[in-house]
Design a binder for this molecule. Structure first.
Ligand code: GUN
Length: 282
């Protein structure tokens, strides 16, 4: 048996097309502020890709590049200005931030209605409460969208999530619960990880350890979602040993071209959602 490859790149392209059409047909004005502090190479690439994706669908992007020595206060003042700017509907501060800046303080300074990353306590809290009208974090939203658009049933399935980060693992768990999955969260302190992962009907791996998951850890016929991304001399690798696991799984996301492109598509979707909600209030 060989798994169906879940083509995140193609699914993301159709979502972007839908967003573009809605923006054009309704004449929606939509602005996203993207803030990068410092010179982290991976972050620079992510920010560049986000800005390009905005222009492709008709979202106006406003980029702010701050030096890595920028004071926390300078960033807080910028966020305050963006919160009060009616041309800006979404604010994204690229993480990680330099260590002298308090990430939590920065995230909580963003107006929750403009928090297109879905990282602030209000949006996370809504997710915890199972609310659907919420700006939810982009990577887990992308995972749910891949599953739904690939007609993979979630309700009643056992979803095992490896990783408990605030950006992916934790929100993914609550979003899968909202879709009526039975959810287990495993993490770096989990004992006998294999005994847990091999129970999964849907295995979501977001742990940041290159090729941690091998075929012996996956149930035959499981759906495997790989959130990992690691640059190696052989190209990009995920948290899953794609070659051997794709022989066991019924469906699997590749790296690259799986979850990655979905994250950006969901950012655009959140920005459009935020713009529509803010316009209704005006
Ligand atoms: N760093 C890694 N992933 C993300 C993300 O989704 N949003 C932001 N703001 N920073 C990140």
């Amino acid at each position: 048996m060989s798994a169906v490859i879940l083509d995140g790149k193609a699914i993301a392209a159709s979502i972007r097309q839908e967003i573009k059409q809605e923006i054009e047909s309704k004449g929606i004005k939509c602005g996203l502020a993207v803030v990068l502090v410092g010179e982290d190479e991976a972050s620079k690439v992510y920010v560049k890709n986000k800005i390009k994706a905005c222009s492709d669908v008709g979202i106006k992007s406003y980029a702010y590049y701050l030096q890595k020595t920028a004071e926390e206060d300078e960033l807080l003042q910028l966020i305050d200005a963006l919160n009060n700017d009616s041309n800006i509907h979404g604010i994204l501060v690229q993480l990680p931030l330099p260590s002298h800046i308090n990430e939590k303080k920065i995230i909580s300074a963003i107006n929750p209605q403009k928090d297109v990353d879905g990282f602030c306590a209000e949006n996370m809290g809504k997710l915890f409460l199972g609310e659907t009208d919420v700006l939810a974090p982009c990577t887990p939203s992308g995972i749910i969208e891949i599953l739904k658009r690939s007609n993979i049933e979630i309700s009643g399935k056992h979803a095992v999530i490896v990783g408990r980060s605030n950006i992916v693992g934790k929100p993914a768990a609550f979003m899968m619960l909202r879709e009526n999955a039975t959810v287990t969260i495993a993490h770096s302190k989990t004992k006998d990880l294999k005994s847990i992962t091999s129970l999964a009907d849907i295995l979501i791996v977001a742990v940041g350890k290159q090729e941690l998951i091998d075929a012996s850890m996956v149930k035959k016929g499981a759906v495997v979602i790989d959130v990992g991304i690691h640059r190696t001399e052989q190209g990009l690798k995920g948290d899953v040993k794609f070659g051997e696991v794709s022989k066991i799984a019924s469906a699997i996301t590749p790296v690259p071209g799986g979850v990655g492109p979905m994250t950006i598509a969901m950012l655009l979707q959140n920005t459009l959602k935020a713009a529509k909600a803010l316009m209704e209030k005006q």
